[in-house]
Design a protein around this ligand. Structure first.
Ligand SMILES: Nc1ncnc2c1ncn2[C@@H]1O[C@H](COP(=O)(O)OP(=O)(O)OP(=O)(O)O)[C@@H](O)[C@H]1O
Ligand SMILES: [Mg+2]
Length: 120
């Protein structure tokens, strides 16, 4: 991954992120900066570490090293649900619903206060 230059306005900034699974170095010294209002893609071959990087950004996996700052606040030690409440919401590669809940209840679980579509 090519690092981009950090801007003071970066909404999301991660530096030095590392994660290994035994001898597999899934993410090595990754750096990413996402500016407010931008749309950014992450591409790479199977096994490149994309999902692991997403998991590190939202602390779904604990990084071995590295820092993640969202909207000016270091978040790498916050639990996932607190990061989500701060406004950084992730999706999963394989989307799942909670089968014991109704369709409506599943939809009500969506993050509140999003700028996109709303459940009315
Ligand atoms: N929980 C885990 N335990 C052990 N190894 C893992 C684990 N998660 C990921 N890996 C390994 O880390 C590497 C990166 O995997 P990752 O799933 O992040 O890649 P990816 O870029 O998302 O791939 P894909 O395009 O197939 O989704 C792979 O070698 C994978 O086998
Ligand atoms: Mg993946």
């Amino acid at each position: 991954m090519n690092p981009t230059v950090a801007q003071p306005s970066s909404l999301l900034s991660a530096t030095g992120l590392c994660k290994s699974f035994g001898g597999i170095h899934a993410v090595q010294n990754a750096e990413i900066h996402v500016e407010q209002g931008s749309i950014v893609g992450l591409i790479g071959p199977n096994g490149a570490g994309k999902t692991t990087l997403f998991n590190l950004l939202c602390n779904f996996l604990t990084p071995d090293q590295g820092t993640v700052v969202f909207d000016g606040t270091p978040i790498q030690s916050l639990p996932c649900h607190k990061i989500a409440l701060q406004g950084m919401v992730r999706t999963f590669q394989v989307a799942r619903v909670l089968s014991r809940l109704s369709v409506l209840d599943n939809m009500l679980l969506a993050a509140p206060h999003q700028q996109g579509e709303q459940l009315r």
